[in-house]
Design a protein around this ligand. Structure first.
Ligand code: ZN
Ligand code: ZN
Length: 766
């Protein structure tokens, strides 16, 4: 082929594909910039790094390492494969070699901690005694780690359940604790992130009692204003380092929208070809061209479907090629991951379809192309995945394939929302009383809480303590607040869950326990008939027993997915903040939500075609949480000239699309939030549209919606208008979880309502 043909041009040889590309962004290559080694780094460390191929640190590595060494907590927020780990390896190893200092490394997954351990051991520094400490560490080894290790690699769950409650056994380690590394810190968001923020405050307090004030080194993907998120996470000041000095290969980044297919969806709505099918084709075509490609797919099942489709298509072209395409998912052993890395690196494997497990588990860079099937959840993930493509001096390509979802529709039509602006910072809310209260109990069990501790836990700590005393969980004595119960206080806080006993997933025929899901998620994810995925195998739920908190499943291989549909009522408890102008208003506050899962739908995996709907008989669930809602007065409504009969459909359509778009602004998942719309709400007496956090006490998502209301609702309006369908489809106003079966929906009415709302708020009164 002529060298001037880019990878993208090769993909577009089929002229039918031209209209699917909505935008091509050219990301220019960047030269690397190095800094001299800071003078405090021991000769030995330098020479070992030299031997490992590091001639000099990039500027961001040197700057962040230096801040940490000088005792300033620091967050380094730079691109994928920019070598963030060197920023903490330098101070951590230097301190270990000087003796008398320990470091704690926290990662969201065991796999990542294992990788870091390997990297540390590869330096063969005898003074650095590094060890992992997680659920898999045998008891005998735990004793050794506590007594001898000076670099301990663990995760927030272990810190919460094991290390902090038994801090006395860790006294020698904590007394010398100089550095705490928080890796992949942008991943700590929502309820989980809020819990981790409280665990880190408990760590600071316990370390303080042993006389140490550790310096925090946080590593983050590129996000806007990383210091403010880091401050929220650790509760103290942080310096930020964002000037990325690492080199980067150039990249073409294409945004791709699959065409409408022949199939008809709900109410005859047009349905686009699925992102999975489109991605399978692209992966096959790239492999046939000899291009090393990874396709990122959100679900394990989806990854396997893409690999299978690509393998079939590639085999048709050349039987040998099919064998050079594989699927990758979570749960692989370290050796399997290494083998996969090697196979991709040496080219024996050309195509891989993977869940984002690869983001954390496998170190793959230097690919030629990356195909991303559907918005991966956050801009940080998008760049982490796209950043895998690019080798020095070669053409590289990333493609984002839109799914039929309003957010995907919006981003592929609004490239400015992806390119040329920093990634939205993670949202977390450590002050959520449902998060804070159990950690106050855990902290009191670790060491009695005193007045001096209150600042650390934030402004609402005092009120929470009084409440915990009233509820009999804590006792207030002259010396402070005490945990006097026999139970383990740490068990009150479930870092990854949201209250209520988790529902166990049990294989009916064998009694084998496969896993568990949050009580909050059980109704939507393991109802009777739901397809449940475990380690790449699929099961169908036979029965959900809420009394025993167990779901019985059987192995099955249906070619459909399921999605639950729910009905919701909402009442305003308290309005905290209001933005009002010209007969329109947006509010943020506390709401009571009553939610009932009423049915579920089956959809074919590859085509997205709807196969049918079945009713469910589940009890309603009550939730006190935070919500954002907007209200329009009668005069504003009459200005829109929407027929009164069409108002419910217009509000409903606007609600669906706004739920779809909030994740772009609030780093949440569409399933983390819910909504209600009505032409007349009893609490406001007017047309009102609510969006609320799906977790008790809220997770900060609705609050972000309020603070970014104009951008969020403006993007919602654009997403609806940008969709080419006539009367609404899954890419704009239909929702896969609507309890009303996507009825009524009025697409043009939704645009007019949002115009009226935004116009009033911006002062263009109707
Ligand atoms: Zn549409
Ligand atoms: Zn709905």
């Amino acid at each position: 082929m002529p060298p001037t043909t880019t990878l993208l041009e090769r993909l577009l040889r089929d002229p039918r594909r031209l209209t699917r590309v909505t935008h091509v962004e050219t990301v220019p290559p960047r030269e690397g910039r190095v800094a001299p080694w800071p003078d405090w780094i021991p000769e030995l460390v330098q020479s070992r790094l030299h031997a490992a191929g590091v001639q000099a640190p990039w500027v961001h590595q040197a700057a962040a390492a230096d801040h940490a060494w000088q005792g300033r907590s620091v967050v380094v927020a730079t691109g994928t494969a920019s070598g963030k780990s060197l920023a903490y390896l330098l101070p951590v190893t230097a301190a270990a070699i000087q003796g008398q200092a320990t470091a704690l490394y926290l990662s969201p997954t065991k796999a990542l901690a294992g990788d870091q351990l390997r990297a540390l051991r590869a330096l063969t520094l005898t003074q650095v005694r590094a060890a992992t400490y997680d659920g898999d560490t045998p008891p005998a080894e735990r004793d050794w780690v506590r007594a001898h290790a000076n670099v301990v690699l663990t995760n927030p769950d272990m810190l919460h359940h094991s290390l902090l409650p038994s801090h006395a056994r860790w006294a020698p380690f904590l007394r010398r604790l100089r550095f705490v590394v928080v890796d992949e810190c942008h991943g700590y968001r929502g309820v989980f992130g809020s819990h981790v923020a409280q665990v880190l405050r408990r760590l600071r307090r316990v370390a303080g009692r042993y006389g140490s004030t550790p310096v925090f080194v946080l590593a983050s993907a590129t996000v806007s204003d990383p210091a403010s998120t880091a401050v929220r996470l650790i509760g103290q000041d942080v310096v930020e380092v964002t000037d990325d000095g690492s080199p980067r290969a150039g990249l073409q980044f294409a945004l791709w929208e699959p065409p409408f297919s022949e199939l008809a969806g709900e109410h005859g709505a047009p349905v686009r070809r699925s992102a999975t099918a489109e991605t399978g084709d692209l992966l096959a075509d790239l492999v046939i061209e000899g291009v090393r490609t990874v396709a990122f797919v959100r679900s394990r099942r989806g990854a396997e479907t893409v690999a299978l489709a690509a393998r079939r298509a590639a085999t048709d072209a050349d039987p040998a090629l099919g064998r050079r395409i594989a699927a990758y998912r979570a749960g692989y052993l370290a050796e399997e991951r290494r083998a996969l890395e090697r196979a991709l690196q040496d080219g024996s494997l050309l195509g891989l379809a993977s869940t984002n497990a690869l983001e954390l588990g496998v170190d793959v860079s230097g690919l030629d192309a990356v195909v991303i099937a559907g918005w991966p959840g956050t801009r940080a993930s998008l760049w982490q995945q796209a950043g895998r493509a690019g080798r020095a001096g070669r053409d590289a390509l990333a493609v984002l394939v839109a799914r039929d979802d309003p957010l995907d529709t919006y981003v592929v039509h609004h490239p400015a929302s992806l390119f040329g602006q920093p990634v939205e910072a993670a949202v977390l809310d450590p002050d959520n009383p449902y998060v804070l209260a159990p950690h106050l109990c855990a902290a009191a069990a670790e060491l009695p809480l005193t007045d001096d501790d209150l600042d650390l836990f934030g402004p609402s700590a005092r009120g929470q303590l009084d409440d915990l005393v009233r509820r009999g969980l804590l006792r207030h004595r002259p010396a402070g607040w005490f945990w006097t119960k026999r139970e383990r206080a740490a068990a009150l806080a479930d870092l990854r869950g949201t209250g209520g006993p988790p529902v166990r997933i049990v294989e009916a025929a064998t009694g084998r326990l496969l896993g568990s899901v949050d009580a909050a998620a059980a109704h939507t994810s393991v109802h009777r008939g739901a397809v449940y995925l475990h380690q790449g195998d699929s099961y169908v739920v036979q029965a959900l027993d809420l009394g025993d908190s167990v779901a019985l499943v059987e192995p099955a291989n249906p070619d459909w997915t399921t999605s639950a549909r729910d009905l919701t009522d909402i009442a305003i408890v308290e309005t905290s903040r209001t933005l009002a102008a010209n007969g329109a208003s947006v509010h943020f506050g506390t709401v009571d939500v009553t939610n009932q899962v009423v049915s579920f739908q089956r959809r074919r995996i590859v085509s997205g075609e709807i196969l049918g709907e079945e009713p469910l008989d589940l009890p309603p669930r009550q939730l006190r949480t935070r919500g954002v809602w907007w209200v329009l007065d009668e005069e504003v409504l009459s200005g829109t000239a929407i027929d009164a009969a069409d108002l419910p459909g217009a509000a409903h359509a606007a609600e669906h699309a706004s739920i779809g778009l909030l994740p772009l602004f609030a780093t949440c998942d569409r399933w983390d939030i819910g909504g209600v719309s009505t032409a007349l709400h009893p609490d406001t007496g007017r047309l009102t549209v609510f969006v609320y956090d799906g977790h008790p006490g809220g997770a900060g998502f609705a609050e972000r919606g309020f603070t970014r209301a104009q951008e969020w609702l403006g993007a919602t309006r654009s997403a609806i208008e940008d969709c080419d369908c006539a009367a609404g489809c899954p890419s704009c106003v239909q929702s896969p979880k609507c309890g009303n079966g996507n009825e009524p929906l009025d697409k043009p009415g939704a645009i007019r309502l949002l115009d009226a709302l935004l116009g009033a708020l911006l002062g263009r009164s109707a």
